[in-house]
Write a protein that binds this ligand. Structure first.
Ligand SMILES: [Zn+2]
Ligand SMILES: [Zn+2]
Ligand SMILES: [Zn+2]
Length: 309
């Protein structure tokens, strides 16, 4: 359950990455700006604050996308929506590569901390609180937003960055499937913990509309945990299949499973591409490329030969 290009429009392309904005972003921006002008003297400051939030989230997502490319993965799309941003990254299925692609997002916020601390220092040194109260408030709010995003993203609750970092670390001892399973179960527990905390922290003046937003976010977290958990179960099934040890994926180094897991491009029948040297037993069509069942990357059949055998 993530926003897709559907319902989003294209903003711009930077370094080959297409940035899309989901329509609901405007809805929430309008709601936030019109109902919560805060202490600013004009709502324009609130607009500026919202645009800055947009920029901080965008830089965070670019951190993910560029890091993913650096380790040989693909990343060509970022969609921004009210719950944050989603960088569509496809990192190579190795723990180190995944860890770096995830960690680079929060690291952008870490890099921004001294920038905002500098602004807060300027604010104090120049006495903006009395001479330019709007600017004073704006600077404080941005520093607060960046720190808040950093802390929130690092919560070890899957699919937040912190939960995915935990998953990548667990990948080393537990493997790809079990690490995902552990992280999504912990994510469920963490999500329920957040729910309890949310309900308990409600003050007598809080209305249901104050709860609506955090609840939407929690629903999003729990649904992603569930789909992550199902994916982990599928990965476990794949992991148990007998393998062709004489081949291995050039991208993730996993040996392909023995069985009819590939579809013939000519006759559409499933067949074992590694059993007959790429020839379909139904129609004799020759295939020279094979898709990895484990990581999804596509490589020439020739490059799959396991040099150790
Ligand atoms: Zn992130
Ligand atoms: Zn692979
Ligand atoms: Zn065929």
């Amino acid at each position: 359950m993530t926003p897709t290009r559907k319902g989003s429009f294209h903003l711009f392309n930077l370094a080959g990455i297409n940035v899309h904005l989901h329509w609901s972003w405007f809805l929430v921006a309008f709601y936030q700006i019109s109902t919560r002008p805060d202490a600013y003297s004009t709502p324009l400051w609130k607009v500026a604050e919202y645009l800055s939030l947009f920029l901080i989230v965008l830089m965070h997502e670019f951190g993910h996308a560029l890091a993913c490319r650096q380790v040989g993965g693909t990343a060509d799309q970022i969609v921004l929506w009210p719950l944050g941003g989603v960088a569509y990254v496809n990192a190579p299925q190795r723990p180190g590569a995944t860890l770096w692609s995830i960690a680079a997002g929060p690291l952008v916020n870490v890099a921004l901390v001294p920038v905002f601390l500098g602004l807060v220092w300027l604010d104090r040194a120049n006495g903006w609180i009395t001479h330019a109260p709007d600017l004073h408030r704006f600077v404080r709010q941005l520093a607060f937003i960046n720190a808040g995003l950093l802390i929130f993203n690092l919560l070890p609750v899957y699919p937040l960055d912190g939960g995915q970092i935990l998953r990548s670390v667990l990948w080393y001892p537990f493997g790809r499937a079990r690490s995902l399973m552990i992280a999504t179960i912990l994510g469920f527990a963490g999500g329920l913990g957040l729910l309890v905390w949310l309900v308990l922290s409600q003050g007598p003046d809080d209305t249901f509309s104050d709860l609506l937003w955090p609840l939407a976010l929690l629903a999003f977290l729990l649904m992603n945990c569930w789909s992550g958990f199902k994916h982990a179960r599928d990965l476990q099934k794949i992991a148990k299949l007998p393998r062709h040890a004489e081949f291995k994926c050039p991208s993730c180094h996993a040996s392909p499973p023995a069985g009819r897991y590939w579809g013939c491009g000519q006759c559409g029948q499933p067949f074992d591409i590694f059993a007959g040297g790429g020839t379909c037993p139904h129609c004799n069509a020759a295939h020279d490329m094979a898709t990895c069942v484990d990581c999804g990357s596509r490589n020439p059949l020739e490059s799959w030969k396991n040099p150790k055998l």
